[in-house]
Design a protein around this ligand. Structure first.
Ligand code: APR
Length: 233
């Protein structure tokens, strides 16, 4: 039987690809104020700056490649039934080859109608034009969950996590809710492996927890190799 392994990732899984995290000392939130670029109010009153911020991040993400962490997670599909739940808006998991990826906080490569959250489009050009409109006539906005907005994929993500036989958490400070609370939806006694060189907030985790203090590109392939050996015994 192929084990169901759920991988829950944050910005740290893409750090080794050269994409900044948010809350590390050199992170995005050290250089931008959340309320200027990542809230519904900012989009309303500061539209140009918000769209430019996501144009910049989209442009940047296209110059980056999946790292050995993303690649190992994708390759794990050879022997496990893998589901990835990511807080990241880049598409490096997909580009690495992962086939079941749920994005909790939206996707950089998509835009949506400001009025209808179900009218979602793949970006046609890297730069979103300020006046581009959806087919309902509303302005387009980045398909990103801003602070203060609900997280439409949260319930689906909880259901996925509840099916885990093993949960691997990579590169997240576990500081942003509701995403961080996903670790509470694993069944009791399901082992949680956390790969993160820093100190995510694990205080509320009750399951057996192994913290591997390593960068994603090193720690994730090693952990997956170890799990593969255990399952092939
Ligand atoms: N490999 C693995 N983890 C790393 C690496 C690395 N090379 N470098 C840093 N990290 C870890 C940090 O130790 C930290 O725990 O990645 C984590 C990054 O935390 P945050 O910057 O808070 O990112 P994340 O948890 O994904 O943020 C959640 O906040 O603003 C938002 O919407 C945004 O989805 C994001 C959410």
């Amino acid at each position: 039987m192929r084990p169901r392994i759920v991988v829950f990732t944050g910005a740290g899984v893409s750090a080794d690809s050269g994409i900044s995290t948010f809350r590390d000392s050199d992170g995005l939130w050290a250089n931008y104020r959340i309320e200027d670029v990542c809230t519904p109010e900012a989009l309303r009153y500061n539209r140009q700056q918000v769209i430019e911020f996501y144009n910049m991040r989209r442009r940047e993400s296209l110059t980056k490649e999946p790292n050995d962490g993303h690649l190992a997670i994708a390759k794990m599909e050879e022997w496990a039934d893998v589901r990835v739940v990511t807080q990241n808006v880049d598409n490096l998991h997909e580009r690495a080859g992962s086939t079941h990826v749920t994005h909790l906080h939206g996707e950089l490569m998509k835009l949506r109608s400001e009025l209808n959250p179900n009218l979602i489009y793949d970006v046609e050009e890297v730069e979103q034009q300020l006046d581009a409109r959806a087919e309902d006539g509303a302005l387009l906005r980045p398909h990103i969950v801003f602070f203060g907005e609900s997280v439409p994929m949260f319930e689906a993500a909880c259901e996925i996590v509840a099916t885990a036989e093993i949960l691997i958490v990579v590169g997240t400070s576990l500081a942003v809710y509701p995403a961080a609370s996903l670790v509470h939806y694993v069944r009791r006694d399901v082992p949680i492996y956390l790969v993160d060189p820093g100190n995510p907030d694990t205080r509320l985790i009750r399951n057996p927890l192994t913290h591997i203090r390593e960068r994603g590109a090193i720690g994730v392939p090693q952990l997956i190799e170890q799990l593969r050996n255990e399952f092939s015994k």
